[in-house]
Each structure stands twice: as structure tokens, then as C-alpha cells.
Design a protein around this ligand. Structure first.
Ligand code: FAD
Length: 604
């Protein structure tokens, strides 16, 4: 094999893998001041949520059945942008949105079509191993890269970077005896959840034939007895096209891809030609995936291994950096071949649970973080946080940790950095960047709003102005856990226009204003090819969200925004913005006639 010319790069934080976990890790680190390189082996970002696979990102709100639990932060920003700019649900536009977010981030270098294939690792005098650089190739450009960095993140799903670096990992399903999990097997094995290939279909005005290729599977009524095919529409099918967990989902990927294509086309043949779905006559395939969507492969081992007990017990970890709420969602590894088994056996629970930073870094490679489906968890423990919005907030957490701890450490040893003071600072940075942590409030001493007297032009008696500095940026439900209660944490005016005024203790130069608006956490928001799921969402600006507002400093207008649709806005004010009274005037919302604001922060 000819040697490729090698380009040497140097950065602060290298992220391998551009699924939602990797994209959020890279952008969070870049926005917090780190220089970042993001490697993605394919031409688009988003992983299983991209146009290549078209799986909808779900999260702790379980498709809206846990109202109020929706993930905030970067992933909320992406989906709010998507719903406004892409109401028609083009997956290519979603890909391009993620591309824009990464490409336009000044501190971030995006290398697409670039595979991470190796790592340089050193062992120091204390036998501590750390990665110094990764090796990558871009075959399309006939080039290779040697990228030195201080921190690394494996967000490849399959764990390729960690594998190359020698990070401890596991594959398969533990026995009950390993962690005392009731949902675990009696005897451990190496099987995993399977992979899937999805399709989309379109309704035409005339009947459309489907001539099944000879090589596809034949399905009978009995094969699909426990697999649900709706009869009302056929636009998106079907997550239970699952197979291959009984094989090695990495090494056997070609075998798995072929079988998944046989299954996807075979089920479509059944829909079109079995006579059981006459309503499908005008429907025709529009797109069929070619890259298997993978659910599970390697899981790294960190200082903490997340288990069923943490998920079902709603554990509040002192080093929490993310949270989950999706059911423990286990499937038979052989998928459609397990004809007599339900395609999934979810264990539902009402609460949310926290995810500790210790599940997001390696126990034996000092400077390796990970996020996504390869975090440190048992097979049962992982079956809840594997959903993509949970992967995304974990990504934001590790990207933020890498950036805020860059300046703190000489030897990049993550474990040494997890002191309670550093973890507190990390949690506060995450909250400032619109993350949600269970029972943790804003106590940022630099936030001037917390020292101000807050008043409003009008206020709903249950949603007073003081809520915008109570440190909590969403309405809570008692069902979230024993630490929570049914409580409102936003200000709501009685009418529009409305204003909020902050009287500071003395004349102060205010340089930055942070605003957190209501974007309807009572509903689900994601991008889905499913019409029925989408019918429960608002594709466009969320009606609760403030659209038009102005900021005044001692009565002088310093900023006006006429078309906001985001939840979190950070505004740099002009240098001459000094005063004692900061006023936020709200003139219009997208679809309601009152103002709703969760938080205002003011910084010098
Ligand atoms: C059919 C199916 C249904 C599912 N249902 C849901 C659902 O309804 N909702 C939900 O939220 N989740 C669902 N999941 C789970 C979810 O999709 C995964 O857990 C999630 O995608 C994991 O995110 P990730 O970022 O870790 O990995 P991925 O999404 O797999 O992203 C990893 C990225 O890394 C890249 N990569 C891999 N190796 C390298 C390398 N060596 N160098 C550079 N880049 C590399 C890959 O190209 C990929 O883009 C489903 C999964 C499947 C397959």
C-alpha cells in the first residue's frame, strides 16, 4: 500500500465521530474556548440521526410522554433551528444545518470523510497511559493526518479511537451475578442489540407496483405477528427491521448490511404484495438506507459503570453532567428472526436519572473522554441512555469539561481533575450554557442578575418576576424524582407588551445578557420521517417563544431582536452599556399574548 503524505495538526481537543454526541462535544468545547478538531468518517454529520439512516432523535421525554423533560442546551438549539428553517422535514437540510453549526464555529476544524485509524499512546513514570496524537486518513484526498491534542473524545459509536489506544471496554450482555441486575441474563454472552436499515415511502395518485428482487426475504403473516405495520400510512418503516446482534456488529457489518436489505425489501414486498395492506397500493419506496443503523457494539469502562440500579433508582450522582429518562429498551439480538418474541421489552419508569461524569471517561487512559452509545454502562444500563438526545447532552458535557479543564491541568489527567470544586464549576458552566441537571441551580457569583431587585410591568400570580433569578430554567414535575416537585420557574406577564426590570446595587458596566425563553417543553420536538410522530409537534417557531424584544440600559435602547425563535440567547452589549437599571421589554411572542421568560443573567 503506498504511503500517503501526512499532514501534522495540533489542537486542544480531538473528537472522533460526528454523530450527535460528537457534534455536541466538539461545538461545546469550541464555544468554551478550546481549539477543536472533529473527525467524521462519512460525508455528513449526525450519525444515526443523519439522512443516511434517518432515525429520529428521542430523549428523556419519551416522545412527549414525560412532559417537561426535553433536553435543552445545544441539541435544543439545533432542533429549534431545524423546525424553523426546515418545516418540510428535508433530511438533507438537517445534515446541512449540522454542517453549518460545525463549519461556522471559529475554533473548530471539521475533517469530513476522515477515518480515525490509530493512536499514539505514552506511559509515564507512574504507569499512567495517555494519548498524545491520533492517526487519520482521508482516502478521497489521498492524505493522512497526525493530530496531536491534549484531550481526546471517542464518539465513534464503535469505539475505534479507544480500541486503538488500548482503553478498557466490554461487549455483550452481562450475567445477573455481575452487577445484581434483575433484567440481566442468567449467563453472560457476547450478543448485543441488532442493527436496522430503514426506508421512506411516498403516496402517489395511482397504484404503484413493487417487483421484489429475487434475493430478498419472504415474510409470512406468522413471521410478523408481533411486528406492527400501521395500515393508515406507510411513509416510514420500521425500527423493528432489526438483525445481527447475534453476530459481531463491527466485524460482520457486510453480512449484516446484506441481511438488513433483504429484510427491509422483504417486508415491503409483504406490505405491497401479500394482500394484507390494500391501502398500500398507491405507496412506493422513496429511499432505502444503505448504511446499517447500529444500536450497540463496544462499551468503554470508566470509573463508574452505569447499571439498571442507577437508571431505575434515579440515582443523583454528585458528578452528574447529564440525565436520562428513556425506558430500559431491550430487544432480542436476532431481531426479526425472534418471531415469537416481542421486538422490544421496555421497562418504563416515571422519573429522571442522572449520568455521572465517571461514565464518560476511561479508567485506564488518562485523557480519553467518550460519549454516545459507547459510554461506561452495562448492557442493561446502556439500554436507556442510548437514545440520541441523551447522547447529545453527554457530548455537550464532555466537550465543556475538556474546554474548562484545559487551563487547569498540566498532564491532562481527567480523573485527577474531578475534584468537587472543579465539578461544581463544570456543572455551573453547563447550566450557563442551558444544560439541565437534576436539582442543581444556577449559583454563579458572576451573574449580576442574582444581586438585582427584579420587577415586572405585570405578572401572573403563579409566575412572578422573581422566577427569572431562581436558578431553575424549566418548570419541574414531581414525577422527575424525590428532589423535584410540581413547580413553576418562569415569569409570565398578564399581557403584551411587558417588561422586566433589574435594579442593580450600583452603576455597573453590563456587557452580556443571557435570556432563556419558553420553547414548549410540554411537547416533543425532533426531526422524524414519521407523519404520526410529527403531528404531535409544531414544525415552525414554537408558539410560547418570545419573538420581539428590546434591552434598555438606564432607559437607553441597547439591543433589539425582532425575530427570535431560540430558547437561549446570549447578547454582547455595546461597550458603553453602563447603568443601574436593565430592562427587558417584550413586544411579541409567536403564538401567545403573554411574555414567558425562564431566566435572565447579566454579566460584566
Ligand atoms: C434502527 C435504530 C433505531 C433506534 N431508535 C432510536 C430512536 O427512536 N431514538 C433515538 O434517539 N435513538 C434511537 N436509536 C439509538 C441511537 O441511534 C444510537 O444509540 C445513537 O445514534 C448513538 O449515537 P452516537 O453519536 O454514539 O453514535 P452514532 O450515531 O453511530 O454516530 C457515530 C458517528 O461516528 C462515525 N465514526 C465511526 N467510526 C469512525 C472513525 N473511525 N472515524 C471517524 N468517524 C467515525 C460514524 O460515521 C457515525 O456518524 C436507534 C438506533 C437504531 C439503529
Amino acid at each position: 500500500m503506498p504511503d500517503l503524505p501526512v499532514k501534522s495538526l495540533e489542537t486542544d481537543f480531538l473528537v472522533a465521530g460526528g454523530g450527535l454526541a460528537g457534534v455536541c462535544a466538539a461545538i461545546a468545547a469550541a464555544r468554551n474556548g478550546a481549539r477543536v478538531v472533529l473527525l467524521q468518517d462519512r460525508s455528513v454529520l449526525g450519525g444515526n440521526a443523519s439522512s443516511e439512516i434517518k432515525m429520529h432523535a428521542a430523549g428523556a421525554d419519551c416522545h412527549g410522554s414525560k412532559p417537561g423533560a426535553r433536553e435543552s442546551g445545544l441539541i435544543e438549539e439545533f432542533f429549534l433551528e431545524d423546525t424553523v428553517r426546515n418545516p418540510h422535514r428535508s433530511y438533507s437540510q438537517w445534515d446541512l444545518l449540522l454542517y453549518e453549526k460545525a463549519k461556522c464555529e471559529p475554533n473548530l476544524t471539521l475533517l469530513l470523510d476522515t477515518d480515525c485509524i490509530g493512536a499514539d499512546v505514552i506511559t509515564d513514570a507512574n504507569q499512567l497511559k495517555r494519548i498524545t496524537a491520533v492517526h487519520a486518513v482521508r482516502q478521497s484526498g489521498e492524505e493522512a493526518f497526525h493530530i496531536a491534542a491534549r484531550y481526546f473524545a471517542d464518539c465513534t459509536g464503535d469505539g475505534r479511537l479507544g480500541l486503538e489506544a488500548g482503553a478498557d471496554f466490554t461487549i455483550g450482555r452481562e450475567a445477573k451475578s455481575a452487577f445484581g441486575e434483575t433484567l440481566a441474563l442468567d449467563i453472560a454472552d457476547r450478543q448485543t442489540l441488532g442493527s436496522s436499515i430503514l426506508f421512506t415511502a411516498r403516496k402517489h395518485s395511482t397504484p404503484q407496483p413493487f417487483v421484489a428482487p429475487a434475493w430478498v426475504r419472504k415474510f409470512s403473516d406468522a413471521d410478523l405477528k408481533l411486528r406492527w405495520i400501521p395500515t393508515s400510512s406507510y411513509e416510514y418503516g420500521y425500527w423493528w427491521f432489526e438483525w445481527g446482534g447475534q453476530l459481531d456488529t463491527i466485524k460482520d457489518s457486510e453480512v449484516i448490511r446484506h441481511e438488513l436489505l433483504r429484510i427491509a425489501l422483504g417486508v415491503w414486498d409483504y406490505v405491497k404484495n401479500s394482500g394484507r395492506h390494500p391501502g398500500a397500493a398507491p405507496w412506493a419506496l422513496d429511499w432505502v438506507g444503505t448504511i446499517p443503523g447500529k444500536r450497540e457494539s463496544r462499551r468503554f469502562i470508566g470509573p463508574h459503570v452505569l447499571t439498571e440500579h442507577d437508571v431505575l433508582g434515579g440515582t443523583l450522582f454528585p458528578d452528574q453532567v447529564a440525565y436520562g429518562g428513556w425506558a430500559i429498551d431491550l430487544h432480542p439480538p436476532s431481531g426479526v428472526d425472534a418471531v415469537k418474541e416481542q421486538p422490544y421489552t421496555p421497562t418504563h419508569f416515571p422519573h429522571l436519572y442522572s449520568l455521572p461524569l465517571r461514565s464518560y471517561y476511561s479508567r485506564n487512559i488518562a485523557n480519553l473522554f467518550f460519549a454516545g452509545r459507547n459510554i461506561s454502562a452495562t448492557h442493561v444500563g446502556f439500554a436507556s441512555p442510548r437514545v440520541m438526545k441523551t447522547c447529545a447532552i453527554g457530548g455537550q458535557a464532555i466537550g465543556t469539561a475538556a474546554a474548562v479543564w484545559l487551563k487547569k491541568s498540566k498532564d491532562n489527567n481527567i480523573a485527577e481533575l474531578t475534584t468537587s470544586a472543579n465539578l461544581h464549576a463544570l456543572q455551573q458552566t453547563l447550566l450557563r450554557d442551558d444544560a439541565f441537571l437534576l436539582g442543581v441551580k444556577n449559583d454563579d457569583p458572576l451573574d449580576l442578575a442574582r444581586t438585582a431587585l427584579v420587577s415586572a410591568s405585570s405578572e401572573n400570580v403563579v409566575a412572578p418576576a422573581s422566577h427569572v433569578i431562581d436558578g431553575i430554567t424549566r418548570d419541574l414535575k414531581a414525577t422527575f424524582g424525590p428532589w423535584s416537585s410540581d413547580s413553576i420557574h418562569h415569569w409570565e406577564s398578564e399581557r403584551l407588551p411587558a417588561s422586566l426590570t433589574f435594579k442593580l446595587p450600583k452603576i455597573t458596566a453590563v456587557r452580556e445578557v443571557h435570556l432563556t425563553f419558553d420553547t414548549g417543553f410540554e411537547r416533543e420536538l425532533t426531526l422524524s420521517a414519521s407523519d404520526s410522530l410529527t403531528a404531535r409537534m409544531v414544525r415552525g417557531p414554537q408558539p410560547e417563544t418570545v419573538r420581539h424584544y428590546r434591552i434598555f440600559c438606564d432607559g437607553q435602547l441597547v439591543l433589539e431582536e425582532t425575530n427570535n425563535y431560540l430558547r437561549k440567547r446570549v447578547h454582547r452589549l455595546p461597550a458603553q452599556s453602563s447603568g443601574r437599571l436593565i430592562t427587558l421589554e417584550i413586544l411579541a411572542a409567536h403564538g401567545i399574548s403573554v411574555a414567558r421568560v425562564f431566566e435572565v443573567r447579566l454579566y460584566s
